[in-house]
Write a protein that binds this ligand. Structure first.
Ligand code: IPD
Ligand code: CA
Ligand code: CA
Length: 266
């Protein structure tokens, strides 16, 4: 499988940051038993990973803009291109020694995501996609699942938590979705969850309150794997709304309908 020079740069950055995260993840597992816990250590691991990604990408394309979760946005002299980076997606998992986390890197050109990489160093799974070139897991081409009815589907989601999101709204959505599907999952790393939709592991996904770095790489993975993504209203304003609904054409449509059903009795 031939990758473009740009995608290669992104892959090298993700692998290098992944190596650093892997090393730190080993240490986090030791720190679980300390009273203070691994909080500060994980923040450092997160910053370190972002610096690695930043330096690799900016070395290769010094004029591009850079939007990473852990630092202030850099504008770049090239107005057309911007990297969108989450150096550690699934921080809570990482902090708790759960091996479900990823480095997520996307490239935006004139406001459109044109390439994406998601790498889980704990499983060595590398997801890549470039506009018009298909989506891959390691060297294998991936496609969204082919299931046609929700009753056969396993659907992923994000659950709001302490101090985050609209708990009541989510519970209404969940109540409707769980009554129609074969299973609901919450894995805790949105970038990887979207990659799982691209790979057909999850048949669909929905979450609200996300940031562009959680979703950017996942969006192109899903589109290049033949899937559909929108916000909760069905529009393409995904970054603006912070919402995402994904699946194959039929499941995306069905999930949109079910998750938007009104609260019973209203
Ligand atoms: C979080 C994860 C999680 C999602 C949260 C995100 P972080 O990102 O993607 O799955 O539910 O909304 O903020 O904080 O681990 O980078
Ligand atoms: Ca994230
Ligand atoms: Ca993060």
């Amino acid at each position: 499988m031939a990758r473009s020079a740009l995608l290669n740069v992104m892959v090298q950055a993700a692998l290098k940051a992944g190596k650093s995260l892997s090393r730190d993840f080993g240490e986090v597992q030791n720190l679980q038993v300390s009273v203070k816990g691994p909080g500060d250590f994980v923040s450092q691991a997160d910053f370190k990973a972002e610096k690695i990604v930043h330096d690799e990408l900016m070395k290769a394309r010094p004029t591009y803009g850079f939007a990473g979760e852990e630092s202030a946005e850099e504008k770049g002299t090239d107005g057309a291109h911007r990297w969108i980076v989450d150096p550690l997606d699934g921080t809570t998992n990482f902090l708790h020694g759960i091996p479900q986390f990823a480095v997520s890197i996307a490239l935006e050109r004139n406001g459109e995501v044109v390439a994406g990489v998601v790498f889980n160093p704990a499983t060595d799974e590398l997801y890549t996609a470039e506009k018009g070139g298909g989506a891959f897991m390691n060297d294998r081409r991936i496609r969204v699942g082919a299931r046609r009815v929700l009753s056969d589907c396993v659907i992923g989601c994000g659950v709001p938590h302490l101090g985050r999101g609209n708990h009541g709204k989510f519970l209404v959505e969940l109540r409707h979705v769980m009554g129609e599907v074969a299973g609901v999952r919450r894995f805790g790393a949105a970038a990887l969850d979207l990659a799982y939709v691209a790979a057909g592991r999850l048949d669909g996904y929905w979450e609200s309150g996300l940031s562009s770095w959680d979703m950017a790489a996942g969006l192109i993975l899903i589109r290049e794997a033949g899937g559909y993504v929108s916000d909760m209203k069905g529009t393409t304003d995904i970054f603006g709304s912070g919402d995402v609904v994904a699946g194959n054409e039929l499941i995306h449509k069905a999930l949109l309908e079910v998750s938007n059903r009104p609260i019973p009795g209203r």
